[in-house]
Design a protein around this ligand. Structure first.
Ligand SMILES: C[S@@+](CC[C@H](N)C(=O)[O-])C[C@H]1O[C@@H](n2cnc3c(N)ncnc32)[C@H](O)[C@@H]1O
Length: 270
């Protein structure tokens, strides 16, 4: 039994879970046969998914470093944390400033189980089970447990998360509610899958991708540049704006292709 009431036996191994599939793309071992089969179907159709997952993770590292080292952020809410993959958000942040507080939130029980073992062993970190579709409950709990001080700027990560919300779940409204809860000078970082620039060649692989996720616990909704940009309403985007994650402030020695079908951006609340 984990301390926040989730148990390993709540882990459903009969259906693929996005967190465990992502773990498999990243070369992790916290996945089950059902996840490996689903992920392998996607990799066979769209081998670039592996590069995409790694590039998204590298975007997370650069974003967190920017928030702490350049923007002076000292508290981070990482929603849709994923299964721990080192370095994790708190490791990147606390390497710059050891007192940076990191609160992880995810709705997948397997993330909860691993988070308690591998994310909250360090100081200034916490994990809460929560679903971004019920953002108010997350914010209420974060406030009640005094995990984040909402009078001070907060950095919120929603990386490779919002594409698991369907249009009718209104991800733009979720981000807007979050924005309204944050003080000015807070930041939100978003990465999001897209089929912009899809060619006839990868049209079918993208259909396969959508089909596999349709049979997992969360379906995937790829969105256009304009749609993802809309999530930053009320925020000023840091340079270079909303671009492919691999082109967002790439490391000088980066070998990633400049275009990967995942947009990434960081906005500062006005
Ligand atoms: C592809 S992983 C991304 C992990 C990490 N953010 C990163 O970018 O490396 C997506 C994560 O979002 C979580 N997730 C999906 N839908 C969610 C929801 N409605 N509420 C909270 N977490 C969710 C999944 O369980 C998974 O851990």
């Amino acid at each position: 039994m984990s301390e926040r009431g989730l148990t390993a036996d709540q882990i459903d191994t009969s259906i693929a879970h996005p967190a465990r599939m992502y773990d498999y793309y990243l070369g992790g071992r916290d996945n089950y046969e059902v996840d490996r089969q689903a992920a392998q179907r996607i990799i066979s159709a769209l081998p670039s998914i592996v590069t995409g997952a790694r590039a998204n993770r590298a975007f997370l590292h650069r974003t967190v470093h920017t928030l702490v080292a350049e923007c002076g952020i000292r508290q981070i809410l990482d929603i849709g944390t994923g299964i721990p993959t080192s370095p994790n958000t708190h490791e990147v942040a606390q390497r710059v400033e050891p007192t940076t507080r990191v609160v992880y939130v995810d709705n997948d029980p397997i993330v909860a189980v691993h988070a308690h073992a591998r994310l909250t062993d360090a100081g200034h970190t916490a994990f809460l089970p929560g679903d971004v579709r019920r953002l108010d409950e997350i914010l209420e709990r974060v406030r009640a447990e005094k995990l984040i001080d909402f009078t001070q700027p907060v950095g919120v990560l929603m990386l490779a998360l919002l594409h698991f919300l369907r249009d009718e779940e209104n991800p733009a409204a979720v981000v807007a509610r979050l924005r309204d809860a944050l003080p000015a000078g807070s930041y939100v970082a978003i990465s999001h899958g897209t089929r912009d620039r899809a060619t006839m060649e990868n049209f079918e692989p993208l259909a396969e991708l959508a089909d596999v996720y349709r049979h997992a616990t969360a379906s995937l909704t790829l969105r256009t540049h304009a749609q993802v940009l809309g999530f930053f309403e009320g925020f000023d985007l840091l340079e270079p704006g909303l671009v492919s994650v691999s082109s967002w402030r790439p490391a000088p020695d980066s070998t990633e292709p400049p275009w990967i079908g995942i947009y990434g951006g960081v906005g500062r609340k006005r």
